[in-house]
Design a protein around this ligand. Structure first.
Ligand SMILES: [Zn+2]
Length: 299
């Protein structure tokens, strides 16, 4: 699983930083999370293949998280996209997008409404799960948990020969099934296979005030992206605007026992974001900071 940052700034673009947009790739699927203004420029700059994006998740209806979508959708049409697109977003997004288009896009766009205030599974396939969980922001907002589905079990050829398992059953073995022969002999799966690579989990907690209620949803994930709009000396501002400080982000990461924390969504008042990173690292050492073009391995 990889995470590519295309935009990591707060509401106003600043110092070359763009509003929120990121791309997750896993099991040969591509997901876009939020689509701030200028996202399609970032797609070009950082060489992201637009046509590969199949799922778009929009966390909330603040412009810095979706103003890039209309341009990106239109460009997709101009580039001849035919593949359908799935957009998971608050219900209002569909209206806003369709109002701006006086023609139908030449590819299907399926809108799936995220139900306000609820934790919910948005998508569940054999490759991945997208789960949305409510956070605490000034408008209804959801974070996303993206789980790479369990990889197939690894076959052990010598054992398979030894136990005389027929070829036609090998794909079932990879899926974890036990083998039973015609004469009723049972070979347990773990004798002839070993576990595949473990699933990896990426969590994006969107724009949120410090909120311990999200911990059950993000617990033990491989990577948590948590906003750190402000330094702690601006905590009043963070509280009144329903954002977090770097210390808040680090405390949540620590309480949720995540493997790595990535901070982002910086206020445009900061030209240099390293003080935010340093503040978070003091509490939670396994901490990186987002910047445009950075790519992170999840897991
Ligand atoms: Zn917001």
């Amino acid at each position: 699983v990889t995470l590519k940052i295309l935009g990591c700034n707060g509401a106003i673009p600043a110092y070359g930083r763009f509003p929120t947009c990121q791309i997750i790739e896993l099991n040969s699927e591509s997901i876009m999370i939020d689509c701030g203004e200028g996202a399609q420029i970032q797609f070009q700059k950082y060489d992201v293949k637009s046509s590969r994006i199949k799922y778009v998740c929009i966390s909330h209806m603040h412009g810095d998280h979706y103003f890039g979508l209309i341009g990106w959708l239109t460009t997709q049409a101009l580039l001849g996209r035919e593949k359908p697109l799935y957009i998971y977003a608050p219900a209002a997004l569909k209206q806003i997008i369709t109002m701006q288009l006086d023609y139908a896009l030449p590819y299907a766009v399926h809108y799936v409404d995220i139900i306000e205030g609820q934790a919910q599974v948005l998508l569940d396939t054999d490759k991945l799960e997208i789960f949305a969980f409510p956070v605490d922001h000034s408008v209804p907002t959801h974070g996303f948990r993206i789980t790479e589905k369990f990889k197939k079990r690894v076959l052990l050829p010598e054992k398979i020969a030894q136990y005389e398992i027929p070829k036609y059953f090998l794909s079932a073995l990879a899926e974890g099934k036990d083998y039973e022969s015609m004469d009723g002999r049972v070979v347990r799966n773990e004798i002839v296979t070993t576990a595949g690579k473990p699933s990896h989990i990426y969590c994006y907690s969107a724009d949120t005030a410090y909120n311990e209620n999200i911990i059950p949803f993000i617990k033990n994930c491989n990577v948590l992206y948590h906003e750190a709009t402000y330094l702690s000396n601006d905590i009043e501002k963070a509280i009144s605007r329903k954002h977090s400080t770097a210390t808040h982000a680090a405390n949540i990461a620590k309480l949720a026992s995540v493997q790595r924390l990535i901070i982002g969504h910086y206020s445009s008042k900061y030209e240099d974001v390293s003080p935010l990173h340093e503040e978070a690292c003091e509490i939670f050492e396994a901490c990186d900071y987002a910047l445009e073009g950075k790519v992170f391995e999840v897991g």
